[in-house]
Design a protein around this ligand. Structure first.
Ligand code: PHE
Length: 357
């Protein structure tokens, strides 16, 4: 048992992550009526706002689900793991959780490989074959027949998303006129942008995360590239427009959630979250919240924190009304949910449309 805990803690330390035994007492160990859940969320580095968002949502759900959680049996180890957001990080954690028999729920990792690791690994979000299709359909519907793709080769998420975009887009009449790549942390995209400019695309699909996408938008403008840029959920960060300023205006990205959605469920969540955190929840906050609520519901259903029983209860999640939509986990432990498309207007994310699976 010690080995399991140590190994997971070590992983957490290695990734600049936050390791939260959520319900610890002051003495450091779990109190008699509490259970330990590990949460892994990057609070620093290139995807810091993802971890901050998912942590805020998860914590809110812990507070609200407290009565359920407190009734359950305590153990000297984490009985379940929530995390991570970025697919490459989830792919590092998943084999360890699977081997230890500890259920893991990723709130937001969309790369298909994450849940393929094994039967203890779940997610509450849609996956990238769908997300890539959504953005390809959107580009085609706008009449953009030639797209240049820019991929972050260091991220499983970006590599997969570019690939899924390309498959649907080219099978349905689109042409990829240029394929460029970079590595997470790069700051200069002028060579890639100059190369793709020569191919005269109607739009650019930038499948990486917000920091690089923001810098790319600025440099594209500097090079006189005026075509729209498209992205996936990896753009969802307050930093996107902080980095890019006006250069992001009029661009589009797919996401899990739109804070301005008028549905009562979303508006109620936005109100409660804003009251608590003094900021509007992003998709990670909503997904973090949903992942914790689904875990709490599963533990309640199982009536125990034993790994296999909790795993089975999570696997049977059906029509759970989350903030990010109705969640049913299929036999591959994935959720099928609609995506929203957002645009950037006056520095804000504005809802454009919802695309159903
Ligand atoms: N889907 C991204 C990934 O798998 C993470 C992400 C989710 C980012 C939601 C932003 C919003 O890496």
């Amino acid at each position: 048992m010690k080995t399991r805990l140590t190994r997971i803690s070590l992983l957490a330390a290695a990734l600049p992550l936050l390791w939260i035994p959520s319900c610890k007492d002051a003495g450091g160990g779990p109190a008699a009526t509490e259970i330990v859940i590990g949460e892994v969320a990057a609070l620093t580095g290139g995807t810091a706002t993802f971890g901050q968002g998912s942590h805020a949502g998860t914590q809110m759900a812990v507070d609200e689900a407290g009565t359920v959680v407190k009734k359950l049996i305590s153990r000297e180890k984490a009985v379940a793991i929530l995390g991570e957001v970025a697919s490459s990080k989830s792919l590092e954690m998943a084999p360890i959780c699977q081997k230890a028999g500890i259920p893991m729920i990723s709130p937001a990792s969309t790369n298909p490989k994450v849940t393929e690791v094994g039967d203890h690994i779940f997610r509450v979000c849609f996956i990238d074959p769908f997300q890539g299709t959504v953005m390809a359909k959107f580009a085609l519907a706008r009449g953009w027949k030639k797209v240049a793709i820019v991929t972050d080769v260091k991220q499983d998420y970006s590599v997969g998303l570019s690939d899924f975009f390309k498959k649907y887009y080219t099978a349905n009449g689109g042409t990829i006129v240029s394929e460029q790549s970079y590595s997470s942390g790069d700051k200069d995209f002028k060579a890639q942008l100059t190369a793709l400019k020569g191919s005269a695309p109607d739009a650019i699909f930038a499948s990486g995360y917000y920091n690089e996408a923001g810098l790319m938008a600025v440099q594209a403008h500097e090079l006189g590239i005026t075509v729209p840029m498209l992205g996936g959920d990896g753009w969802d960060s307050p930093s996107l427009t902080q980095v890019a300023g006006k250069a992001m205006e009029g661009n589009f990205f797919s996401n899990h959630f739109a804070a301005e959605d008028a549905s009562p469920i979303i508006q109620d969540f936005v109100k409660r979250f804003t009251a608590k955190h003094k900021s509007t929840p992003d998709a990670m906050a909503a997904l973090g919240y949903d992942s914790m609520m689904i875990l709490a519901a599963a533990m309640k259903k199982a009536g125990t924190t034993e790994g296999k029983a909790v795993r089975d209860a999570i696997a049977s999640t059906k029509d759970y009304q989350g903030i990010t939509g109705k969640i049913t986990l299929d036999e591959k432990r994935n959720a099928t949910k609609p995506a929203v498309i957002l645009t950037i207007k006056d520095g804000k994310f504005v809802y454009v449309e919802t695309i159903a699976p």
